[in-house]
Ligand binder design. Structure first.
Ligand SMILES: NC(=O)c1ccc[n+]([C@@H]2O[C@H](COP(=O)([O-])OP(=O)(O)OC[C@H]3O[C@@H](n4cnc5c(N)ncnc54)[C@H](OP(=O)(O)O)[C@@H]3O)[C@@H](O)[C@H]2O)c1
Length: 261
């Protein structure tokens, strides 16, 4: 370990965007505290260690208060300054609201909203003591439109987006930067995990490259930009158009893409 090296905490970093972001921080010499719900977090941490940094992997369920708090305590007990935090962990659930399991939808809210606010509280208060820090909140392009057939997901990401913008304003006086990252559809396991293989989003050809998306989010954080839409030019254009398009029109468009075939 490099003496005085920086430390980043990244939730949901055993795969997908969290793992790609871990790789980018590690390449810049950050040690990485990583979490995931399954045992693969330990193998993912070993991959990151190959970049010459120290890792602190932790297995816990981000859908529970204890899971979030235990990860926080685990990192806090390292007695190191946390320089950056990426609040990344998130899930979606595809399918019809009438048919989906309520318990699964409430779990989505627990992870994407309650758990995110919980970890934001801990890292903000830690960073405020140091008068320094960077927080990246992973929202989504879905924050800019209604998302039928993922009806609970989009609003959870809209919460993350506006939460990030509000927190950014509050934490400025503590020299803490908050950036929201809004990726378009990206080639991770995300849509498969959401049970959306039989939709437009099940086709990898429509998706952004996860490394590109992670790089754009990382760069925006470094530049202290308030939010960034991540993906190719079409994704960025869609975000622009969404600002000028009526909600019912966007809802109908998303329903076509997300409705199971
Ligand atoms: N991919 C997209 O199209 C896309 C687009 C816009 C925004 N996003 C956002 O990007 C973020 C990351 O998504 P991704 O695409 O990287 O998804 P992913 O490939 O499904 O990865 C999710 C990560 O979170 C962990 N995780 C899942 N449930 C967990 C739980 N209950 N407790 C702890 N860890 C858990 C997973 O590890 P384990 O399986 O080991 O638990 C994995 O490391 C999410 O917030 C998502 O909303 C994704």
């Amino acid at each position: 370990m490099v003496e005085n090296s920086k430390l980043v905490l990244i939730t949901g970093s055993s795969s997908g965007l969290g793992f790609e972001l871990a790789r980018l921080f590690a390449k810049d010499g950050y040690d990485v505290a990583m979490s995931g719900s399954s045992e693969r977090i330990y193998d993912s941490a070993k991959e990151i260690e190959k970049l010459g940094v120290e890792t602190y992997p932790f297995q816990a369920d981000a859908a529970t208060y204890e899971g979030v708090e235990d990860f926080w305590r685990f990192v806090e007990n390292k007695n190191r300054r946390i320089d950056a935090a990426v609040l990344n962990v998130g899930i979606s659930i595809g399918g019809a609201f009438l048919e989906n399991d309520l318990a699964e939808e409430l779990k989505l809210i627990d992870i994407n909203i309650s758990g995110m606010v919980h970890m934001a509280k801990r890292v903000s208060q830690h960073m405020a003591k140091n008068k320094s820090g960077d927080i990246l909140i992973v929202s989504s392009l879905s924050a800019t439109l209604p998302t039928p057939y993922e009806t609970v997901y989009g609003p959870s990401k809209a919460f993350g987006f506006m939460f990030a913008e509000a927190l950014r304003e509050e934490l400025k006086e503590n020299n803490i930067n908050v950036t929201a990252m809004l990726p378009g559809a990206t080639n991770t396991d995300f849509h498969h995990n959401a049970g959306m293989d039989a939709t437009y989003f099940g086709d990898e050809n429509h998706k952004n490259d996860k490394q590109l998306v992670a790089e754009q989010g990382y760069e925006a954080l470094k530049q202290r930009i308030d939010h960034v839409v991540c993906g190719d030019e079409a994704t960025k254009k869609e975000a622009e158009e969404n600002r000028r398009t009526a909600e019912d029109v966007k809802a109908a468009r998303h329903a076509e893409k997300a409705k199971p075939q």
